[in-house]
Structure formats: structure tokens, C-alpha cells
Ligand binder design. Structure first.
Ligand SMILES: C[S@@+](CC[C@H](N)C(=O)[O-])C[C@H]1O[C@@H](n2cnc3c(N)ncnc32)[C@H](O)[C@@H]1O
Length: 247
């Protein structure tokens, strides 16, 4: 097996507010590093940063028509990991543009490799904190559909403050969704699923689009089974899908 290689960090390490992620290794397999070096300019959007490498400096809203080379409904994925569901779902909907925020550099590199291998052309990635990205890069009512599949569960109670889906995040998403826009979520952690439902059911600008009698949504018809989801199933956890619409 070939040794993974280490990429230099893009910015110095600084202390910042609580985030839904922690800094992880940038080590990646040579095939993904080559994809990153050779192909990132085709798929990865670089934006001005504040102090950390995953932050966004205010005042640099994206010109989406320039980013995608066309105007089309915008779908946003938050935390695609290595792009397993991202690439499959984008491939099935060539009529939309998909913008994905992922902080984990080796994940972004693997997604770039996948996009190149599959020839899927309607996806652009940012190695950016989605909270900063949604706040500074996209305008109000700009998003047609937003995907949050298996956000980091942070199972320990002392880490619950790191969970991405809370009221403040729901406020941000609701503002970015266009009226009638969809928010699709999934998690295999029962108490996080309950937390999501409590927060989103109570949100004045969101309405549940769940079709089942128990209030949980049907699985997104295009969402493939990922390695991450399989791990949850193997551990005996139940996967919950949630579906809300912007009023
Ligand atoms: C548990 S993984 C799930 C990956 C993928 N959605 C799947 O189902 O296989 C969660 C991902 O979210 C990313 N993430 C966490 N917080 C984020 C944030 N604020 N902005 C962008 N990505 C984030 C993590 O780096 C990680 O890759």
C-alpha cells in the first residue's frame, strides 16, 4: 500500500468560536492528492477567508452564474464527506446546480476525484464552513433545496453544542431557502433526529413536508446508501429522514 502524503495547511491555526467540526488531518491517498492538484480548479471554488482556512470573509457573495457558467435552480449540500451521495444525486438532476460545503480537505479531494471519474458537471465544492458560506456567499431566498445528510452526531452531551442543526442554523437556512424551497435531512442518531424535529417543527418559517403518519419523512428517493449510513445500520441504529418546506 502506498503511504498517504501530507498537504501543507492553508492558513495558520487560530482559536475560534464553537463549530460543528474539528480540525482533522489533511492526509490523503496519492490518487486523491493528484486529483486535488490537477482538478481542483475545475470543481473547487476558492473564496477570500478571515482567520481560518474554512472561514469566509464578508462582502464576497458568489456570482453563481459565473461559478456554474449558467443560471439554474440552486441545490446546496452541507457536509457531503467524500461526495458519495452528492455525486450520485447531482448526476440524477442535471437541470440543477449543486454547491457543496465540506470542511474536510481529503473529503473534498475524493469528491473532486469522483466528479472527474463520473463526468458529473453540475457540482462545485467549497472547503468552507457551511455556516460562514451560507451567511456570506449566498443571498436570501437563493436556494431551491438544501441537503443535510448525516451531520456529525456529537453524541456526548457535553458536545451537543457543536451539533449543526439548532435554532440559529434553522434561522439561517430558512432565510436562504426560497419560498416553497425544500430542506432534506437524515440522521441515524435518535436523539439528534428528535432535536432536529423539535427545532424545525417550532420554526415559524418552516413547515413539515413529511408524508408518513408518524411525522418522519420518507427517504429522499434519490439518496443512495452511503458507507457512513451503512455503518450506522450495522451498529443497529435507525435512520430517520426529515423533510421541511420554506413557507
Ligand atoms: C458524518 S459526515 C457525513 C458525510 C456524508 N453526508 C454522508 O452521509 O456520507 C459529516 C460531514 O460534515 C462535515 N461538516 C461538519 N460540519 C460542517 C460545516 N459546518 N460545514 C461544512 N461541512 C461540515 C464533516 O467534515 C463531515 O465530512
Amino acid at each position: 500500500m502506498t503511504e498517504p502524503t501530507q498537504l501543507p495547511a492553508r492558513a495558520p491555526r487560530v482559536h475560534r468560536e464553537v463549530t460543528s467540526f474539528v480540525r482533522r488531518s489533511t492526509r490523503m491517498r496519492p490518487v486523491h492528492q493528484r486529483a486535488w492538484e490537477r482538478l481542483r480548479h475545475a470543481y473547487v471554488v476558492e473564496v477570500p477567508q478571515r482567520a481560518t482556512s474554512t472561514s469566509v470573509a464578508p462582502g464576497h457573495a458568489l456570482d453563481l452564474a459565473a461559478v456554474f457558467g449558467r443560471e439554474a435552480p440552486l441545490v446546496v449540500e452541507i457536509g457531503p464527506g467524500t461526495g458519495e451521495s452528492l455525486v450520485a444525486m447531482a448526476a440524477g438532476r442535471p437541470e440543477v446546480d449543486v454547491l457543496a460545503f465540506e470542511v474536510y480537505l481529503p473529503g473534498v479531494a475524493r469528491a473532486v476525484h469522483r466528479l472527474h471519474e463520473t463526468g458529473v458537471g453540475n457540482v462545485r465544492l467549497l472547503q468552507t464552513d457551511a455556516v460562514d458560506g451560507l451567511t456570506h456567499l449566498l443571498g436570501p431566498a437563493s436556494v431551491t433545496e438544501l441537503w443535510t445528510f448525516f451531520p456529525d452526531p456529537w453524541p456526548k452531551v457535553k458536545h451537543h453544542k457543536r451539533r449543526l442543526v439548532d435554532r440559529a442554523f434553522a434561522d439561517l437556512v430558512a432565510e436562504r431557502l426560497r419560498p416553497g424551497g425544500h430542506w432534506r435531512l437524515a440522521t441515524d442518531w435518535a436523539d439528534y433526529a428528535e432535536q432536529m424535529r423539535t427545532v424545525l417543527d417550532a420554526h415559524p418559517d418552516l413547515v413539515s413536508a413529511a408524508s408518513s403518519v408518524d411525522g418522519w419523512a420518507d427517504r429522499h428517493p434519490d439518496r443512495p446508501l452511503t458507507r457512513f449510513e451503512q455503518r450506522g445500520l450495522d451498529a443497529g441504529r435507525t435512520v430517520r429522514d426529515l423533510h421541511y418546506r420554506r413557507r
